[in-house]
Design a protein around this ligand. Structure first.
Ligand SMILES: Cc1cc2nc3c(=O)[nH]c(=O)nc-3n(C[C@H](O)[C@H](O)[C@H](O)COP(=O)(O)OP(=O)(O)OC[C@H]3O[C@@H](n4cnc5c(N)ncnc54)[C@H](O)[C@@H]3O)c2cc1C
Length: 435
């Protein structure tokens, strides 16, 4: 990987997500050689991915170059590569760009979409964890609208204009709200040949309320806001299969749809190589102690979504959201500083700053301690917090400008099919057939 051996202890961080960059930014100030590895050369601000997939924001405004973080210190290195395995006996990570030895290893690989073993959904649904996947959804939505205008088959037209989402957690709620806004604000202007009620958005949830991780009040508010936007909500409804055209559920409901988005769960994204006892198998996440040390290893740590730190307050580990990841990264950096000074490590304590979700323009729900509220003020707070946590001044500025522009003009500026999803998929399949 072309990284010089020095006298400084080497810390290798796998993953430049919220946890990885929060750690790297602080480690760079310590007498350590810090190597950050990620399969992408940018950090993704996942909470705003749904705005990319619904044409509200350009992808560049929610991504941040990882080299901009490591360049801040001469002891900092970034390498773009996929880590494929860990050899903990020899203290080496294996990757598609070569091997690298470490003194300390920090695994911050986050999570991946969970299909719960359902192959038909995995093969045919869309999902959203990365910028390319968000762009695929954006292209598919726009391509289906374009096709709906020209098709003469009424059944096909209905399927092209039916948008179905499974999972009414924050992602499903935010995404369906944003698609509804696209339908309410942009489609009537751009596609005058599509009647407003022809485009349908269905949100399916297996439990008995939307936003199950939030308070009942937040669920009720979000439910009301979604209905006001014209989203059809189906509670206690589990998707059983999707063959690319038909969504089948455990109830009588069957929906023809050419756009089915799966947002019903995540699971850890571990790296192969550690002992089975290091994992909580059901969750696919590493079991860590209060210092984020992986069970059974002294010099291997895990932070963020990939780590489960069980405690009395959090018997199933911390929620898989950005705050625990940021706080664990920052706390581990302080523990590295203590380690270097030969001091005792301090236990991690999570400070819950609350949770929130937005449902289109002017509407959001917020739970902060015992304060639970929804509406315009919540939306204002949601915007402010997301701008605050976006990485980089340029990204904040561009996002703010876009939001103001969209707000004033009732518009979504980024509705471009730059890389067609269907065309791309067909070309890939043809290539595979030829080879
Ligand atoms: C669509 C969506 C919306 C969300 N909305 C919210 C929200 O509104 N609020 C909130 O608090 N949280 C939200 N979350 C959750 C939040 O984004 C995660 O909890 C957070 O990103 C976890 O941070 P992390 O650093 O653990 O993992 P991630 O941010 O996922 O970072 C993991 C990094 O590791 C890299 N990586 C993984 N495996 C490898 C490998 N083998 N080799 C090299 N690199 C690898 C990945 O490329 C990635 O950069 C959302 C998540 C999604 C997907």
């Amino acid at each position: 990987m072309n990284i010089p051996e020095t006298k400084l202890p080497r810390v290798v961080i796998i993953g430049g997500g919220f946890a990885g960059i929060s750690l790297a930014q602080k480690l760079l100030k310590l007498p350590l050689q810090t190597v950050l590895l990620d399969r992408h050369n940018y950090h993704t601000f996942q909470p705003l991915l749904y705005q990319v997939s619904t044409s509200g924001l350009e992808p560049d405004s929610i991504a941040y170059p990882l080299r901009k973080i490591t360049r801040l210190h001469s002891g900092g290195y970034f390498r773009m590569g996929e880590v494929t395995g860990i050899d903990a006996e020899s203290n080496i990570v294996h990757s598609d760009i070569g091997d690298l030895n470490y003194d300390y290893l920090v695994i911050a690989t986050g999570s991946k979409t969970n299909f719960f073993g359902n192959k038909s959904i995995e093969e045919n649904a869309m999902w959203m964890k990365t910028v390319p996947q968000a762009l695929n959804i954006r292209s598919l939505i726009l391509e289906n609208l374009e096709q709906a205008v020209i098709t003469e088959d009424p059944e096909k037209r209905r399927a092209l204009l039916n948008f179905v989402l499974a999972g009414a957690g924050p992602t499903g709620v935010e995404l369906s709200g944003a698609i509804a806004e696209l339908r309410n604000q942009v489609v009537p202007k751009d596609y005058p040949d599509i009647a407003a009620d022809e485009m349908q958005i269905h949100l399916l949830e297996g439990l008995d309320r939307v936003l199950p991780p939030m308070s009942v009040k937040a669920s009720e508010n979000a439910h009301k806001f979604l209905e006001e936007l014209g989203v059809h909500i189906h509670l206690n409804t589990m998707v059983e299969s999707y063959d690319g055209h038909l969504v089948k559920t455990n109830t009588d409901l069957e929906l023809r749809s050419e756009t089915f988005i799966w947002s019903a769960g995540v699971t850890g994204a571990p790296v192969a190589g550690l002992n089975a006892s290091a994992m909580i198998e059901k969750a696919n996440r590493y079991q860590v102690n209060e210092f984020n040390q992986v069970h059974g290893y002294e010099n291997i740590f895990a932070i963020g979504d990939i780590a489960i730190m069980q405690s009395e307050d959090y018997p199933r580990g911390h929620p898989m959201v950005a705050q625990p990841a940021i706080q664990q990264g920052s706390h581990l950096a302080k523990n590295f500083s203590r380690l270097l000074k030969g001091e005792q490590l301090k236990a991690f304590e999570y400070f819950d700053k609350g949770s929130m979700a937005t449902v289109g323009r002017n509407r959001a729900v917020v739970d902060i301690g015992k304060f639970k509220f929804g509406g315009f003020f919540a939306w204002y707070i949601w915007m402010f917090i997301h701008l605050w946590f976006l990485i980089g001044f340029r990204n904040r500025f561009v996002t703010f400008f876009n939001w103001v522009y969209n707000y004033i003009n009732y518009d979504k500026a980024a509705r471009l099919i730059i890389r067609p999803f269907k065309g791309f998929k067909i070309a890939m399949e043809n290539n595979q057939k030829k080879s």
